[in-house]
Design a protein around this ligand. Structure first.
Ligand SMILES: Cc1ncc(COP(=O)(O)O)c(C=O)c1O
Length: 472
């Protein structure tokens, strides 16, 4: 990288072609030629580590031969058939998911992605309560600042101006509760007790809304927005489960990011030995090789649908044969090639850089689990304050990382057009494909640290404050 290049950063890049872009800027608009394993290659021969696995989604290295073969074999026979006709791939995939899903989560409704999965889960819980004589139970409580997708109903769950302000009034004004936060834990209180306290906000919200009107509670196994990847203590989830049972409220675990091995187990909630009534999955399910998602439903919740209540549903692409072939092959790779079994060891290597990162003046926290690390970048680690959008902190970090051969994903909150200023720091995530080798983990974290030092120099963050307490 030349000095001139550095001075010119960050650049606002135009998307290639007439693609209508979604977020304000595309720092990563390099023209990709191909991808293999953990690497992306552009049309100029540059190589980048896919450091966030796309948007925390690619679980198996790109172009895995077993998945390529499965999809192309299926395409050669038929890619898609009329949904009323028998489609063996569809059934095989549902069986494979039921085999790896915990407890009695045995019933699989296939869709094409995470938003569709959450939207479908909302429909299932509402229809379930109607069918079991509780037609008035329709509200879905969620965490403030959460993210469950981009359809109108899933955005209503977000409880965040970022996703909602352009669309208000939302379709449903459902209650939101504050999420678990280590940062806000009162001094002197144990994590376990704080976990119970935070969970009890759900009970208060249910009582305020009227238990006879609440259908479900939805949450991701780890924190969202400024608390992204904070892992609550077991006490939190046990208490959530107890409250849901007490008030006849179904618990939907949104495992779109945490599912399929990302955290070191097949599904994130397995770490807490707490089973949800419904689980939404996508992303890692077919490792993004095909658009694929699902709602996985417990036997109890599925009961009314077996007894004659038809689920009012049906997307053209649900059960798409080529997508199902990709899902089946992915599950085989995760299981038979020891990918998920290998995550705990890889995770130790990933988190080996934690203390070095924490020693940086621009890093307030390093947290996460499995092959998922969130690094909270701040302008001042004692106050934990973030950056005004016009400083383009995230865009600069992403651009420098690219120059260092590392492609990262971020929400690009810190850009001039951002409508919301984050309450705290900005998050950079390392969540590479789970098939990454030990040497590649070291290479990736070194590139991240180099980027961090360059970024701090450009942002003028130099004072060394004491180490922040950590939450992992
Ligand atoms: C927790 C969670 N749920 C749902 C979604 C929506 O998934 P999709 O983008 O596939 O619609 C996402 C996407 O990032 C997510 O992180």
């Amino acid at each position: 990288m030349t000095d001139t290049d550095t001075d010119a950063l960050p650049k606002l890049l135009q998307p290639l072609g007439r693609w209508s872009h979604t977020f304000a800027y595309h720092a990563l608009d390099v023209a990709l030629e191909r991808a293999e394993g953990i690497y992306l290659f552009d049309d100029k021969g540059n190589r980048y580590i896919d450091g966030s696995g796309g948007p925390m989604a690619v679980g198996i290295g790109h172009s895995h031969p077993r998945i390529l073969r499965a999809v192309s074999d299926q395409m050669a026979r038929y890619a898609y058939v009329h949904p009323m006709l028998a489609n063996p791939r569809r059934g095989e995939l549902c069986d494979a998911i039921a085999d790896v899903a915990p407890g009695d989560l045995n019933n699989v409704f296939l869709v094409s992605g995470g938003s569709e999965a959450v939207e479908s889960a909302i429909k299932i819980v509402r229809q379930y309560h109607r069918a079991t004589g509780h037609a008035n139970k329709y509200k879905v409580i969620s965490l403030a600042g959460s993210y469950h997708g981009m359809t109108l109903a899933t955005m209503a769950l977000a409880g965040s101006a970022l996703y909602q302000s352009e669309f208000e009034p939302m379709m449903s004004e459902w209650p939101h509760i504050a999420q678990y936060s280590d940062f806000l834990k009162p001094a002197g209180m144990s994590r376990d007790d704080w976990g119970v306290h935070c969970a009890q906000r759900l009970e208060t919200a249910i009582e305020q809304a009227g238990a006879d009107t609440v259908a479900a509670f939805i949450a991701t196994p780890h924190g969202c927005s400024v608390e992204y990847a904070v892992v609550p203590p077991v006490t939190y989830w046990k208490e959530i489960r107890r409250i849901c049972d007490r008030h006849h409220v179904l618990f939907i675990a949104d495992e779109v990011v945490t599912g399929f091995g990302r955290t070191g187990k097949w599904f994130g909630m397995q770490h807490f030995d707490v089973q949800a009534d419904l689980m939404t999955v996508a992303k890692g399910m077919a490792s993004c090789t095909q658009p694929l998602g699902a709602v996985v439903v417990s036997d109890r919740v599925n009961q009314p649908f077996l007894q004659g209540t038809g689920f009012m549903h049906g997307f053209t692409y649900q059960g798409h044969a080529a997508a199902c072939a990709a899902g089946i092959a992915s599950i085989e790779v995760y299981r038979d090639e020891g990918v998920i079994a290998g995550v705990p060891e890889r995770s130790k290597l990933l988190f080996a850089c934690k203390d070095r990162l924490l020693a940086h003046p621009g890093v307030a926290d390093v947290r996460g689990w499995g092959m998922f690390m969130s690094v909270e970048l701040v302008s001042d680690k004692t106050t934990r304050s973030g950056f005004a959008p016009d400083r383009q902190a995230e865009l600069l970090f992403l651009t420098l990382a690219l120059r260092n051969g590392l492609a990262l994903y971020s929400m690009l909150f810190n850009v001039p057009t951002s409508s919301t200023i984050p309450a705290r720091g900005s998050l950079m995530r390392m969540s590479p494909p789970l098939t990454i080798t030990p040497e590649q983990v070291v290479d990736m974290t070194e590139r991240f640290e180099t980027t961090l030092s360059q970024w701090e120099a450009r942002m003028g963050i130099t004072s060394h404050a004491p180490l922040a307490t950590t939450t992992v």
